[in-house]
Design a protein around this ligand. Structure first.
Ligand code: APR
Length: 321
């Protein structure tokens, strides 16, 4: 069987870790595209030269030409600029929308049958724009955010409860922003509700709620917490790991259930918007959206998050995209 081909559009911080993780897992041959001359060539040469040590046979190459992504099965997009001091939200939206529009045109021309995963921010708007410009079917355009947000939530719960994070299941739905919705009721440790474990730990219901709320808030602000510490950029190891888990499910047709930014068609009472929801990821990309019952409070939080996404998409349209 021919090896799969994965194109990485953007060879910055996340792009570099993506290339290394994909190579080490031997998910397929990697082509990294960036507009900066020599950058993708240099990064991929460095990674390729570790093949002997890490023991991988896939090829890892860099390019400044879209034609080299031809035949890609999966495209992962991290192209974009981070927000700089003095830059308004609209400025960032315009800058990154221009970039994603160009990326969508390049991918449409050279990898028209690929499945595309967007990581660039503001995520929900960038996925919406890619879908619009490419005209790809909805199952082949998705965004990465929920796996990372959920991993962050699970990590905080594991630390708090003193259990292996491998046993923690936690899910975050909604847009990738302050309005995201960590689902407390569904958070569990190998099936035991996390809230029950917290109540037993503190022997005090109110205290358990307070501790859980603090973890929910930390999850919502987790991206900013890393930015504040790094000062010169945003998180890149955990976003790359999250995207690779999704990529593997698609490339190996694992059909794992992951939260992903997917186009909704009435599910969760949402129509025509890209929002983070529970999905099954396999060889056909987003194979289906898995609905789950939400309490009135959870549904209200999700609706609030969808409204934030709607506002973002409206802003983007107002700016001419
Ligand atoms: N086409 C391709 N690549 C581009 C383009 C373009 N039109 N414009 C910029 N780039 C490249 C930059 O040259 C840079 O190498 O995108 C890369 C972005 O890398 P970083 O600035 O290091 O950003 P990174 O940390 O990788 O994050 C990428 O993901 O999580 C989001 O908010 C984050 O939007 C950001 C994106």
């Amino acid at each position: 069987m021919a090896r799969k081909k994965i194109a990485l559009i953007g060879g910055g911080q996340i792009g570099g870790v993506l290339a290394q993780l994909i190579a080490m897992r031997q998910l397929g041959d990697v082509v990294m595209y960036d507009i900066v001359e020599d950058l993708p060539q240099g990064k991929t040469l460095d990674i390729a030269e570790a093949a002997r040590v890490d023991g991988f046979d896939v090829s890892v190459t860099g390019t400044n030409s879209y034609k080299d992504i031809a035949g890609s099965d999966l495209v992962i997009v991290t192209a974009g600029l981070p927000r700089k001091p003095g830059m308004s939200r609209d400025d960032l939206l315009t800058t990154n929308a221009k970039i994603i529009k160009a990326v969508a045109e390049g991918v449409k021309e050279y990898a028209p049958n690929s499945i595309v995963m967007i990581i660039s921010n503001p995520l929900d708007a960038m996925v919406t724009l890619f879908k619009k410009v490419s005209g790809f079917p909805a199952n082949r355009v998705l965004g990465q955010a929920g796996v990372l947000d959920s991993s962050r939530f699970a990590t905080f719960i594991a630390w708090e409860l003193g259990v292996s994070v491998k046993d923690v299941n936690a899910m975050v739905l909604g847009g990738h922003g302050d309005t995201m919705v960590p689902l407390v009721r569904y958070a569990n440790v190998n099936g035991i509700p996390a809230m029950e474990m917290l109540e037993r730990k503190y022997k005090d219901k109110a205290k358990a709620v307070e501790v859980m709320n603090a973890m929910v808030e930390r999850t919502k602000m987790a991206g900013g917490e890393v930015v504040k510490l790094l000062k010169t950029g945003s998180a890149f190891y955990s976003p790359a790991s999250s995207a690779v888990a999704m990529a593997q499910s698609i490339l190996l047709d694992e059909k794992r259930l992951f939260p992903a930014c997917a186009l909704l068609n009435g599910e969760f009472g949402i129509n025509g918007y890209y929002v983070g929801v529970t999905t099954v990821l396999g060889a056909n990309g987003v194979e289906r959206v898995v609905e789950l019952s939400l309490s009135a409070e959870e549904q209200a939080a999700l609706d609030n998050s969808v409204n934030a996404v709607k506002k973002l998409v409206e802003d983007m349209e107002r700016l001419g995209f």
